[in-house]
Design a protein around this ligand. Sequence first.
Ligand SMILES: Nc1ncnc2c1ncn2[C@@H]1O[C@H](COP(=O)(O)OP(=O)(O)OP(=O)(O)O)[C@@H](O)[C@H]1O
Length: 284
Amino acid sequence: MKLEARNICAGYRNVDVVRNVSFELESGEVLCLLGPNGVGKTTLFKSLLGFIPFSNGGLYVDGKHIDHKNRREMASLIGYVPQVHEPPFPFVVIDVVVMGSIARADMFSGPSKDAFDEADELLELLEISYLRDRVYTEISGGERQMVLIARALMQNPAFLMMDEPTSSLDFGNQMRVLAQICALAKRDVGIIMTSHFPDHAFLCCDKAAVMSRTEPFRVDTIENIVTEETLQNAYGIPVRIASIDVPDHPDNSVTTCVPLLKTKANPCPCDSIEMPARFEGARA
Ligand SMILES: Nc1ncnc2c1ncn2[C@@H]1O[C@H](COP(=O)(O)OP(=O)(O)OP(=O)(O)O)[C@@H](O)[C@H]1O
C-alpha cells in the first residue's frame, strides 16, 4: 500500500502552519519527521488524521482519495500514538489498550474476550504486562507512552503515526521502542514518527524530512536530509555528524549527530547570554 500526501496545508483560525507538504510512504517504510519546537509536526499529524481540516491538498491510499469522515476506514488505515494523553477517567491499563480495538468492533457489543487476549499479547510484546491492572493516570509518562503504543497496535492499522514516541522514555526503553518500530515495519506497517533526536533517523528509519519555517518540505534518504547544514539551519545550533567505529555492530560503525554547546569560535556560550541586572551579585 502507498500513503500519499499531496500539497497539504493546514493550521488554525485560517492561518496555515503546515504548508505544501507532500510525501509518499510505502508499507514497511519508516519516515522520521524532525524539526524545531512549534514548527508544525503535530499539526501535520492532526490534519493527516482528520482532526483538523486541510485548507488545501489531500491524502490518498494507492491513488484513492481518503475520506476522513469514514472513521471506521480511517481507524483500520491509520493508528495514532499521541504525544501526550490525559484521559478524562482513571481507566485501568488493560481497558485503555482494548479501547484501540473499538473501531473494529461491532457497534452494539462490548470488546470481546479475543480483544482482551490480543491486548495481553501486546502488553507482553512491549514488556509491560506488569502494568496490566494499574490505573492509567497513576503510571509514569514513559509507561503511558508504552501503553499508548499498545493501544495503537490494537487497531491493527496499515500505517502508524507516532508523535515523539520516545520523548519520555529512558535510554533502554527508547531503544526498545525503536526496535518495535523496526519490527512493525518488517511486518509491513508504514510508520511516520517525529523525534527531537536526529540520531533516531539513523537508527531505524528509511527516509526523513526536516520541517522548517523557511524551507520547503522535502522527503529524502536519511543521508541526504540529516546533514550538518540542514540540522544547523533547522535548530540554529552547530551540529557535527560523526561516524564511530563499533566493532560489534553489524556495519562496524554507527553514525551519530553531536550538538555542540561550545566551538572554538564560541568557547564559552554563557558569555553571549545577557542576564537581567537583578541576577548580578545575587549571591554576593
Ligand atoms: N489548537 C491550536 N490553536 C492555535 N494554534 C495552535 C494550536 N495547536 C498548535 N498551535 C500552534 O501551531 C504551531 C505548531 O504547533 P505544533 O504543536 O504542530 O508544533 P510541533 O512541531 O509539534 O512542536 P513540538 O516539537 O514542540 O511538539 C505552534 O505555533 C503552536 O502554537
